[in-house]
Ligand binder design. Sequence first.
Ligand code: NI
Length: 155
Amino acid sequence: MALREIRKKGDEVLRKVCKPVTEVNKKVRQLLDDMLDTMYEAEGVGLAAPQVGILKRVAVVDIGEGPVELINPEKLEESGEQLHVEGCLSIPGIWGEVKRPERLLVKALDREGKEQKIDASGMLAIAISHEMDHLDGVLFEDRVIRYIDMNKEEE
Ligand code: NI
């Protein structure tokens, strides 16, 4: 298990556009493993490579249905709309409502370098959309419609 440091808001690396992975090799698989460890340790549902300081188009997601690994993800189709409260491991303590597609079809390489298609809806579509934003230097706060005070909501 290898944890990597999660970069926080204000770190310039979070605002860069990531470069595609040119070869899915041992180093990329190590990055995926470390990112999953780091995400689970932080109790997040997704993590993108720039959040650990690596400007490559790599992301991991697990909404409780098992890990999804995305290398060079590309959006093929999207439809519908859903409004949901999101947070981000790079922006701790802040929550806000964001509009995302209800359904998202993406293609990406898996850890063997094979192309896979992922047909995501609901929470999985939200998480994948959020992580793909990170690869282009976009943070969820750029899309927030309304900030939520989680403490207030619980009263
Ligand atoms: Ni995030």
